[in-house]
Design a binder for this molecule. Sequence first.
Ligand code: SAH
Ligand code: SF4
Length: 388
Amino acid sequence: MTVNLLDFDLKGLTVFCANLGEKSFRATQLFRWIHQKGATDFEQMTDLAKPLRSKLALTAHLQSLKIIGQQESADGTIKWLFDVGAGDAVEAVFIPEENRGTLCISSQAGCAVGCRFCSTGHQGFSRNLTTGEIIAQLWFAEHFLRKHLSSKERVISNVVMMGMGEPLQNYSALLPALRTMLDDHGYGLSRRRVTVSTSGVVPMIDRLGADCPVALAVSLHAPNDALRSNLVPLNQKYPIEELMSACRRYLEYAPRDFITFEYCMLEGVNDQVEHAEQLVELMKQQSILGLSCKFNLIPFNPFPESGLLCSSKAQVAVFAKILINAGLVTTIRKTRGDDIDAACGQLAGEVMDRTRVGARIEKQRTIKITPVQDIRRDRVDIPASIQH
Ligand code: SAH
Ligand code: SF4
C-alpha cells in the first residue's frame, strides 16, 4: 500500500520526504507541485530529480475523489458529488460571487450530531473523511475551475466547512487539511477566509483556537437550552452557557474579532418574536462579557422527513428587525443554486438515496462556468450567499 500524499500537510510531507532521505526543500517543491500546480503524476514534476520521482512512484500516490455528479445552477453555483466508497457520497459546492469564489466542503460521510432540520443528520453517521478526502475537494475544484476559466490566478478565495458532517468531530483529519489551505506553499488562503462551522463541540473549539485559529461559525438555531437541545442534540452535552464561554475564549485567538452565529429559520419553531427577544437578551449578556458576534439567518431548506417548514419571508424580516434594532449585526442569507439543490442539508438526502440504491446521476448537464471576477484578497466576511 503506497501513501496518499494528499493526506499530508507540509510538515507531514517533510517527515515523509526525510524518511526517503530527502531534504525539506524537496518536500516544499513537491507540496507546491501538488497543491499549487495541481500535478497528478510525479513525471510532471520536472524539477525533481529522476531518482526521487522513481522513489515517489514506488512509495506514494495522489488519490483524488471519484466524481459521480456535477451540476451547475443558472446562477453559476456548481455542485459536485464525490463517491467515497461503500455506498457513501459527499458533496462540495462552489459559489461564485462578484469578488470572491467560495467552496463549501464536507468533513464526514453523514453526521452523528443528528440535528432535526438537517438531512445529513437524518441519515446518520457513516464515517470520517480522511485529510486527503477533505483536501481533495479543494484540490479538485480549484484546478478544475482554473482550467475551465483558463485562469492562472487562484479561483477559490474562501473555504467554508459547511458541507456534510461536523468538522470538529473529525478534528485529527481536519487540522492538516486546514493547514494545507492556509500554507503559502499550498492554497495560501487567509485565516479570515477559511471558516469552520460547528454545532458546538466545546472542547474542540478550544483546540482549534490553540492549533489553527480560523474564522468560526457556530450553529446556534435557538435562544434557550430546551429548544436548542431539541433541535441540536449535542446541546445536551454542551449547553448554551458553555458554548458561549468557548466562543469568548476563541476570540482571543480568532483572526476576526467576532463569531458568526447561524440560525436556521423554522416556521413556528424558533422564529417567533419571543425567540428573537430571548436571543437579544442572551447576546446582551454575552456582549457585557466581551463576546462580539454577527448573525446569519438561514432560510430552512425543507425535506419531507424533517416535518419542518421554512419561515415565511415576512417572519424572517420581523425576526431580523428585532435583532438589528437591538444592535446585532444580522444578515439574511441569500439562497443560491436552488435549481440544483445545492443545499448542504438538502443535498445529503439526495446523495444517500442515489448511492444507497447504487444509482448514479445519469444525465450530466453541460458545465458552464461563470468567471469569478477580480478576486480580491482583502475582503473579509463570511459568504452571505452560501446556500444551505
Ligand atoms: N456540522 C456543522 C457544519 C455543517 S452544517 C454545523 O452544524 O455547523 C452547515 C450549516 O448548515 C449549519 O449551520 C446547519 O445548521 C445548516 N443546515 C443544515 N441543514 C440545513 C437545512 N436543511 N436548511 C438550512 N440550513 C441547514
Ligand atoms: Fe451534523 Fe451540522 Fe447537520 Fe447538525 S447541522 S446534523 S451538526 S451536519
